[in-house]
Design a protein around this ligand. Structure first.
Ligand SMILES: Cc1cc2nc3c(=O)[nH]c(=O)nc-3n(C[C@H](O)[C@H](O)[C@H](O)COP(=O)(O)OP(=O)(O)OC[C@H]3O[C@@H](n4cnc5c(N)ncnc54)[C@H](O)[C@@H]3O)c2cc1C
Length: 269
């Protein structure tokens, strides 16, 4: 869609270029920005010219994904095990054209419940690296960065620079479960499990307004899983939109969580 009020487009070459003038908005892949009217936006500040490397290895064997890393590049990153990254990339309801343009940063900063890059990075214990306008940097867990449906922990002038994923989480076994009203529909419930040495870490997205991370004992039994999921839903509320009713989402989330835990237990035995 044409953004009728936009009069300027500038490319970001260095950090100073990230300072926004009134009416300017950061542009990443543009897949959401150009999909809806943006009244009041008169200038676009293009992050894709920053030259940030899409991914970088971390000293602990982890990975840094740049905010500008596209979903297609996420698939190609050097993961110790790439299955989860592929599952999450495919969970985004999008064509290959959108995958090529949509970025990790755009997905996180939109804060949509079905944000699959949110699910991926939250489930791997990712930390959002935020550049602040005074030239400093702050870090916050991805699970806390997304604060609600469409709301994130970004203050005026702040820019999401990257997401750091810790090495041990990248090497941990994972399991993935997703429910949608239609085969290629938007995620209505998405559960990712990670088996740490002393716990199973479940991350719920899509069915809840913001990511919920549950730490359960290793090989939890079904009752424990169902109770933890029910408590989480009671605490944050089950999300409701055209992609699924709250009670259906609650039931799907519990079913997926039980299956994910069973898969992780099976892989361990
Ligand atoms: C066909 C289609 C299907 C879609 N399906 C899904 C889906 O299933 N799930 C889902 O979650 N979304 C979906 N979307 C929405 C959206 O396209 C994606 O969430 C995408 O990941 C957004 O990334 P982008 O790089 O294109 O962001 P943009 O559109 O460029 O930007 C999105 C917002 O984030 C801000 N922003 C971008 N990067 C930064 C940064 N580094 N720091 C601070 N602010 C920033 C922008 O200013 C803008 O407000 C879909 C879109 C389309 C067109």
């Amino acid at each position: 869609m044409d953004l009728a009020w936009v009069e300027s487009h500038r490319e970001v070459a260095d950090r100073a270029g990230l300072a926004l003038a009134p009416g300017e908005r950061l542009l990443a892949g543009g897949t959401w920005l150009f999909s809806a009217p943006q009244p009041g936006v008169t200038g676009l500040v293009d992050l894709t010219t920053t030259g940030w490397s899409p991914w970088e290895p971390r000293p602990d064997g982890g990975l840094r994904l740049a905010a500008t890393c596209t979903v297609a590049q996420v698939r190609q990153a050097p993961w110790p095990a790439s299955r989860l990254a592929r599952q999450c990339a495919d969970a985004l309801l999008m064509s290959f054209k959108v995958q090529a343009a949509a970025t990790v940063g755009g997905n996180l900063c939109l804060g949509l419940p079905a944000g699959a890059m949110i699910a991926l990075t939250a489930s791997l214990g990712g930390e959002a690296v935020v550049w602040t306008p005074d030239g400093a940097e702050r870090r916050t867990p991805v699970a806390a960065f997304v604060t609600g449906a469409g709301t994130v922990d970004l203050r005026p002038g702040e820019v999401l620079r990257a997401v750091d994923l810790p090495g041990p989480a990248l090497r941990a076994p994972t399991a993935f479960g997703r429910a949608s009203l239609t085969t290629y529909g938007r995620s209505a419930a998405l559960v990712i499990g990670r088996r740490d040495p002393d716990a199973v870490v479940l991350t719920l997205t899509a069915s809840v307004p913001r990511p919920v991370v549950l730490t359960l004992p290793p090989a939890p039994d079904e009752q424990v899983v169902r109770a933890a999921v029910a408590d989480a839903g009671a605490a944050v509320g089950w999300y409701a939109d055209v992609h699924g009713a709250p009670d259906w989402r609650a039931a799907q989330t519990a079913r997926l969580a039980v299956g994910v835990c069973a898969e992780l237990a099976g892989a361990a035995s």
